[in-house]
Design a protein around this ligand. Sequence first.
Ligand code: SF4
Length: 461
Amino acid sequence: MPERKAPRTVAVSTLGCKVNQYESQQILQQFRALGFQVVARPEEADVYIVNTCAVTGEASQKSRYALRRGTRGENGPIVVATGCLAHVEKDALFHMPGVTLALGHGEKDRLADEVGAYIRDVLNLPLLPANPEIGCTDVLGREGNPYERTRATLKVQDGCTLKCSYCIIPYSRPGNMLRPAKELFEETRRLVESGYQEVVLTGIRLGAYRNLASLMTGLAAIDGLERIRLSSIDPKDVSDGIIEAAVSCPKVCPHFHLPLQCGDDTVLRAMRRRYTTASFRALADRLRERLPDVSITTDMMAGFPAESEEAFENSFRFAEEMGFAKIHVFRYSPRPGTAAASLPDSVPEPVKAARSKRLIRLSAEMGCRFAESQTGRVLDVLVEEFDPETGVASGLSPNYLRVSFEARTARRGAIVPVRAEKAAGEGIRGSVVENQSQGAEDVRLCFLQDGGEGNRPSDGL
Ligand code: SF4
């Protein structure tokens, strides 16, 4: 058997939400500080980390599959499970063949040290010389995926205390941890200095961040930061202050991801969601009234126990009326330990599959309609990809449309004004608007109206 070499490379596979993506970047940074090189594929890695997700049965299954991908026998990589599934099913993951360590949320901050100790004390192999130039809290990507240096995730909050009846997250990430504003400002400045123009504010329950509106407008005052996007936010948490911050500050992207889960009030009650279809509709109307080009995207669950045929039809109609730009559809599966797990899983799998298929089809139709509604506009596209062979670049508009256009050259991370010429499926084909300064709607100052959730960029920060 070949002798084992000292580990030098690390890869991470991330499942689930933006918080996990953010935390994976932090984990990689811990390894960089220990002198490791980050590689893209588990096949090339000496240490392979899977940042797991437990939000649905399917996510848990995919997490296990990702772990199995890394196991390659005796001299394969050190396989580490972390994240939500590793937190709630630590023992089970630890005992999976080929998995070396399973570390829950409390151990994530010192994950690289735990792996280092394993290399030194168990494998008896030397560690690499540490790289003192890289701090562990510096999460800037320096290599790896093509979206780096275009959009960065900024985790502002962690944990949820709400206990929706189907959700395991409050058990894996309890509480409400808010990061200090000073730290968030410093991190954003570093991200901007290293080339990012967009930050996505994220949290397990983003809306639990106190004074989110002030944070948004305060960050918008940072020179060089061109876009602030909110990731998924509970409909009940969208305050007037947040809406007004988006209205008065053009740097805030007109895109709201509001997880509806179901468009039937009986089911929403059984899910222990805190809104009704009427209050959701009122919120969507208000957003559209205040932000005419807003895109509203959502998550919907197919086959929750209380979802009768009639409830599903109500839900489908409601989603149609809401005109979402995209629906992320997933099928209900009971998560042990949650309130809904004690209900009979009454919707048969084929029915769940059929409902999910209908919702996916509806999403595609509504996505095309939304794209069509944007034709004729000039959209500021943050370039993510450019293929010099075909001369086609693509990126995202502030309202989250994928826009492609022809260009002689396009720098990843640049913001290019593009006239939306025609809808291409759920995206847009367009052409560059020449002789226009960066962005058609190029007002870069914030003017907040009185009232709302904090009305000065520095309020409460
Ligand atoms: S708001 Fe509900 S669905 Fe979201 S993390 Fe909290 S308990 Fe889960």
